[in-house]
Design a protein around this ligand. Structure first.
Ligand code: SF4
Length: 528
C-alpha cells in the first residue's frame, strides 16, 4: 500500500550513501563484471520510495554508483536518506550537502533507529520501521517542505504490517549495476546473540510478508532485468520455520514458471541443518548459498555469546549437511571475543581448512549500541570511542595482538592455493548436488550470453593473463572449461579475486578489521 489522502505534490530525492570499502561489498570483483558498481540495492529506502503518495515524484541516487548532482538537489523539495552505522559519516555528509541547498533532510533506517544522537544536524529523524512515523513525516512535508526550526524526532509506535508493504521501487534503481539483487520476506529473529542488534531493533517474533508478495517482488525484479543472484536479506530465513515452509513451494513454482533464471541466497542459523524438509525444498527452489553466522568454532565462546543454537548439530556436520543439498555455506567469523586465547587464530585457520568453506567474513568484534554486549562492556568500562581503532571493544588480549592475529588469518585463509582448493571441494561436493535445472530459453537470452562472455573475457585477461596467481587460477579453471561448466568457473573466479585482493590489503594494514569500523577508506572502485 501507499500513503493515502495527500493532495499536495512534493519532489523527494532519496539518497543512499557510499559504503566504506569493506570485505562484504565485493568491490574488487566489480572490474571483472559487465559494469557492476555497487553491492545490493537498499531495501529500506526503496520501500519508503514506493510508499510515498502516488503523485509524488521520486528520484533515487545510490552514491555507490554516482554522486548526487547539483541538479538533483535543485530538483528536490526534500531529501530522504537511510543507512547503517558504517555509513554514519557519509550520511552526515549528505545532510550537510543538502542543507547547502536549504533542503529539509529526513533520515531513517537501522543506524538512526538505534542511535538518534549520531545525527544531530538532520531536520527529521525517523526512528523505527515503516508505520505511523512515516505517515507523520509525509503529512508534515505535504503541509510545509521547508526546514523546521529545530530537529523533529518521529518514532514509529504503530508499525505497518509487512503484509501491507508495497513492492520496493526497484524500477528507480539501476538494478543491473548491482552485484546482487535483494528481497525481504521477514524481519526479526527469535534468538538473542549477545553482539547482535537485530532482536532489539526488529523484535524476536519475526514479522512476515505473504508468499504472494514475494513472488510479485520477484516478478518485478525480473521485469527490471535481474537475472542472476537474489539475496533474501531476512535476518534469519528460518526465524519463523513455519513461514519458511509455507513460502518455499511458492518459490519452487515461481522458478519452474520463469525458467530458473534466478539463483537464491539467504541468511539462516546453522541449525537449519536439522531441517532436511526445509533444505530439500530450498534445493528445489534453487537456493545455492546460505550465510550462517558460525562466529567461532569454539563451543565455550558460542555459549558465552548465547549462540548455543549453533551447537545443535556439530558444526562441521551441519556444514556438510547443507552442502549435500547443493548449498554453499558462507560463514561469519568474529575475532576478539573474551574467550579468545593466544592460539585462537591457529584454531580458526584449522577450522577454515576442515570446513572447506571458501568465503568467511572474518571481523573483529564490535559492540553495537542497543545490544547486550554493549551494555555489558559499558558496565565494565570497556568501550573505547576512538575512530583510529578497528573496534570499539577493549579486548582482554592486547589490541595489537588481536589485530595482528586477524591479519595473519586473512593472509593465510585467502592464499590463492588454499582458496581455490576450497572452491574445488565445493565444485565436487556441493555444486554437484545442486538441482539440475533445464537450460531454458529464458536463460539463453542474448543479454545473458553477452554478460557471461564479457565476464569470461575480463577474468581470462585480468586474472588468467595479467594476474600473479594465474597458475593457480588455470589449475581450477581448465577442468571447468573442459566440462563446459562456465557458471562453476565465473562465480568462484569473481569471489576469489575479491577475497585474494582484499586479504592482501588487509594483511598489510590497508583494510579495516571490522565491517563496522568507521575508519574511512577510499573504495577501490570510485563512484562516477
Ligand atoms: S541468530 Fe543471527 S540474527 Fe538472530 S540474534 Fe543471532 S546473530 Fe542476530
Amino acid at each position: 500500500m501507499r500513503a493515502q489522502g495527500i493532495e499536495t505534490v512534493r519532489r523527494i530525492l532519496c539518497i543512499f550513501p557510499r559504503y566504506t570499502s569493506s570485505f562484504g561489498t565485493f568491490e574488487y570483483a566489480y572490474p571483472l563484471t559487465d559494469g557492476v558498481q555497487a553491492f545490493m540495492p537498499p531495501q529500506g529506502l526503496l520501500v519508503i520510495a514506493a510508499y510515498l503518495p502516488e503523485n509524488w515524484p521520486v528520484r533515487f541516487v545510490d552514491e555507490n554508483i554516482r554522486a548526487t548532482t547539483k541538479e538533483d538537489f535543485e530538483w528536490a523539495e526534500a531529501v530522504f536518506v537511510s543507512g547503517m552505522h558504517i555509513q554514519r559519516n557519509q550520511l552526515n555528509d549528505i545532510c550537510r550537502r543538502a542543507h547547502a541547498f536549504d533542503l529539509a533532510v529526513a533520515i531513517g533506517g537501522p543506524s538512526v533507529s538505534a542511535c538518534p544522537d549520531y545525527y544531530p544536524a538532520f531536520d527529521y529523524l525517523h526512528v523505527g520501521e515503516l508505520g505511523d512515523a512515516t505517515d507523520e513525516l509525509i503529512g508534515r512535508l505535504a503541509r510545509d517542505p521547508s526546514r523546521p526550526d529545530q530537529q523533529v524526532v518521529l518514532k514509529t509506535a504503530d508499525r505497518l504490517d509487512m503484509s501491507r508493504f508495497p513492492i520496493p521501487a526497484y524500477e528507480l534503481a539501476e538494478i543491473k549495476r548491482y552485484f546482487l539483487a535483494s528481497i525481504q520476506y521477514s524481519s526479526g529473529c527469535p534468538y538473542q546473540c549477545e553482539f547482535c542488534d537485530i532482536p532489539g531493533l526488529y523484535g524476536r517474533n519475526p514479522r512476515l510478508k505473504t508468499p504472494q508478495q514475494i513472488t510479485a517482488e520477484l516478478d518485478k525484479l525480473l521485469e527490471c532485468g535481474v537475472t542472476g543472484s537474489v539475496y533474501f536479506v531476512d535476518d534469519n530465513f528460518i526465524g519463523n520455520r513455519k513461514a519458511a515452509v509455507e513460502l518455499l513451494p511458492h518459490l519452487v513454482e515461481w522458478q519452474k514458471k520463469t525458467g530458473y533464471v534466478m539463483r537464491l541466497a539467504c541468511e539462516a542459523t546453522l541449525n537449519i541443518a536439522k531441517r532436511p524438509e526445509i533444505l530439500e525444498k530450498m534445493r528445489e527452489a534453487f537456493f545455492i548459498t546460505i550465510f550462517c553466522g558460525i562466529e567461532t568454532p569454539d563451543p565455550d565462546a558460542l555459549k558465552a555469546m548465547h549462540k548455543d543454537h549453533n551447537m545443535m548439530v556439530p558444526i562441521l556436520e551441519g556444514i556438510r549437511t547443507i552442502n549435500s543439498y547443493g548449498m554453499e555455506v558462507v560463514s561469519g567469523i568474529i575475532m576478539g571475543l573474551d574467550t579468545d586465547k593466544p592460539d585462537t587464530g591457529e584454531a580458526l585457520l584449522a577450522f577454515v581448512d576442515e570446513s572447506r568453506i571458501p568465503l568467511l567474513t572474518i571481523n573483529l568484534l564490535q559492540a553495537l549500541p542497543k545490544t547486550p554486549l554493549w551494555d555489558r562492556l559499558e558496565r565494565a568500562n570497556r568501550l573505547i570511542d576512538d575512530e583510529a581503532r578497528d573496534s570499539n571493544v577493549d579486548f582482554l588480549l592486547p589490541y595489537d595482538q588481536v589485530v595482528s592475529s586477524w591479519r595473519k588469518c586473512m593472509e593465510v585463509a585467502y592464499q590463492p592455493e588454499k582458496l581455490f582448493a576450497r572452491f574445488q571441494h565445493q565444485v565436487d561436493f556441493t555444486y554437484a548436488n545442486r538441482l539440475k535445472v533445464p537450460v531454458t530459453p529464458e536463460q539463453k537470452t542474448w543479454s545473458n550470453i553477452k554478460r557471461g562472455l564479457v565476464m569470461l573475457a575480463k577474468i581470462f585477461w585480468k586474472v588468467g593473463v595479467l594476474g600473479d596467481y594465474r597458475k593457480v587460477f588455470w589449475k581450477f579453471a581448465l577442468p571447468r572449461l573442459r566440462h563446459g561448466d562456465l557458471e562453476g568457473l565465473i562465480g568462484p573466479a569473481l569471489i576469489a579475486h575479491h577475497l585474494i585482493m582484499f586479504a592482501r590489503a588487509a594483511s598489510t594494514g590497508r583494510q579495516n578489521a571490522s565491517n563496522y569500523s568507521l575508519r574511512l577508506r577510499e573504495a577501490s572502485v570510485p563512484a562516477e
